[in-house]
Design a protein around this ligand. Structure first.
Ligand code: BGC
Length: 256
């Protein structure tokens, strides 16, 4: 199957970033651009910023979008860190109509996980691989022998009577002004619980904080658990969304 170029967009709670991705190599072939996520992050406002990003790239072609919510059949089904009015909205339709190009939507952490499994540290890894994105929220992507179990939302289980992402996300670290050691201690508890639940063979850490792995690496050791920073760092979301869209687009256009 011929690999195509796709605009990969990562819609996050704080920034909307994107670049054109060669979906054969998983490389960004344009500079990555970042625009602020609108406040409030309502469907119309989000669509306007994504459209802006598309125009800035002079892009004409398929688009993959990672979205920070449960995504089913193109619809957002939750809204932990975006405006609640997003729930139930079919963003695939909204964005495709506004931009006039085919848009494919996937949960942002699932997108990042797909990128790591195809082009990063998950490549060729069997067994249970979990990617956790650490940003405004905690996102998760769970793979068994390379197959994704979508929309797992492992940032939302309870840890010490609190939703895990309220305690162990990067926004919790910033909001509470935690040192890397203190935050790392919380994240270590999170990983310990994750291990208890899933016995993963590998845990990859993505999101903005994957760049700072050296700051907390020493405090997040969990016996018997392999934990690595993602190779694609915080470009994984855009790359994975583009890769996902390329598969869907080729299928829908019957180009196989
Ligand atoms: C959302 C997830 C998302 C994660 C990272 C969480 O709050 O519920 O769907 O993947 O944040 O953006």
């Amino acid at each position: 199957m011929k690999a195509i170029n796709v605009l990969g967009v990562d819609i996050g709670a704080t920034g909307i970033k994107g670049g054109v991705v060669d979906t054969g190599t998983g490389e960004l072939i344009t500079d990555r651009m970042k625009l602020d996520t609108p406040k409030p992050a309502t469907p119309e406002n989000i669509a306007t910023v994504v459209h802006e990003l598309v125009k800035k790239h002079n892009w004409d072609g398929p688009i993959g979008c990672g979205f920070p919510a449960i995504v089913k059949g193109g619809k957002a089904m939750s809204a932990a860190n975006i405006d609640k009015s997003c729930i139930g909205v079919n963003f695939e339709e909204l964005l495709s109509n506004k931009i006039g190009m085919p848009v494919f939507l996937i949960n942002d952490a699932d997108a990042a996980g797909i990128a790591e499994m195809e082009f990063g540290k998950g490549k060729g890894r069997d067994g249970v691989v979990i990617l956790i994105t650490i940003g405004t929220g905690l996102g998760s992507a769970v793979f068994i022998n390379g197959h994704l179990l979508p929309n797992t939302e492992l940032g939302h289980f309870y840890l010490n009577n609190e939703i895990a992402e309220r305690l162990a996300s990067n926004s919790a670290r910033e909001r509470e002004g935690l040192s890397w050691d203190v935050w790392g201690g919380r994240f270590q508890q999170y990983l310990t619980h994750l291990k208890r639940l899933f016995s993963p063979d590998l845990v990859l850490l993505g999101g903005g904080v994957s760049k700072r792995f050296d700051k907390y690496e020493s405090v997040i050791e969990v016996e018997g658990l392999e934990v690595l920073p993602a190779k694609l760092l915080n470009n994984a979301g855009s790359i994975g969304a583009a890769f996902y869209a390329s598969k869907k687009f080729v299928k829908s256009a019957d180009l196989i």
